[in-house]
Design a protein around this ligand. Structure first.
Ligand code: HEC
Ligand code: HEC
Ligand code: HEC
Length: 126
């Protein structure tokens, strides 16, 4: 039995999947259809570096929620040493005031739809 074409097709699928993160990173910064999240104007830094926030913001939000809801902690120091409240709406969305042009810009592209807004108030900022 000759399975060459199947193996090649399998390899192509594997390569596309394996290279997706690199392709995705390389694609941001060039032209074409890609998410273009609008960063808040007049703000220069996030609660952590952009390199950290980009892949790990969902983990940070999980940690914040657990710390607040389970452990009763409210405040956290940012990397600049500033104390902020661990709050999705009061902190994240205070800067990223437009969910649509920031969060949704990536999530819609990726087909993720975090259910957080079932309960947390969705900002409709400028
Ligand atoms: C003080 C304002 C401020 C707060 C509070 C803030 N951000 Fe940011 N955020 C920024 C800025 C400014 C950048 C861009 C940073 C840069 O370019 O180095 C950014 C970057 C990001 C990025 C990366 C975007 C990209 O294009 O890769 C994500 C994701 C993000 N923030 C999510 C969050 C989440 C989630 C929270 C709450 C846990 C939060 N931010 C809190 C101002 C803020
Ligand atoms: C630079 C692109 C980008 C931006 C901007 C962004 N996200 Fe995300 N977000 C992602 C990626 C990538 C995932 C992971 C998707 C997956 O795991 O399939 C994700 C996942 C999440 C998840 C987990 C969802 C789940 O179902 O697992 C939450 C919660 C989340 N983001 C919150 C936010 C919030 C709040 C903002 C705006 C303040 C934001 N994100 C902005 C790219 C982004
Ligand atoms: C079923 C309703 C519900 C859903 C869905 C939900 N939350 Fe919450 N969340 C709450 C409640 C209630 C609190 C406690 C509020 C408080 O003590 O300030 C909370 C607290 C939090 C906190 C800390 C307090 C604050 O002001 O933000 C974070 C962070 C948080 N949630 C993140 C998330 C994220 C991220 C998602 C989506 C992945 C999510 N939540 C989905 C109900 C919900």
């Amino acid at each position: 039995m000759y399975d060459g074409p199947k193996i090649i097709a399998g390899l192509i699928v594997f390569l596309v999947l394996a290279l997706f993160p690199f392709w995705y990173t390389a694609a941001s910064g060039q032209g074409g259809v890609r998410p273009d999240p609008k960063l808040p104007e007049g703000k220069t830094a996030c609660v952590a570096s952009k390199e950290y926030m980009n892949p790990y913001h969902m983990d940070m939000l999980d940690d914040w929620r657990d710390l607040v809801v389970r452990d009763g902690h409210r405040m956290v120091a940012t990397r600049d040493g500033e104390k902020v409240e661990m709050s999705l709406t009061k902190t994240c969305m205070d800067c990223h005031a437009n969910k649509e042009t920031f969060c949704d810009e990536c999530h819609t592209y990726l087909g993720v739809d975090p259910y957080c807004w079932d309960c947390h108030i969705e900002p409709k900022g400028e």
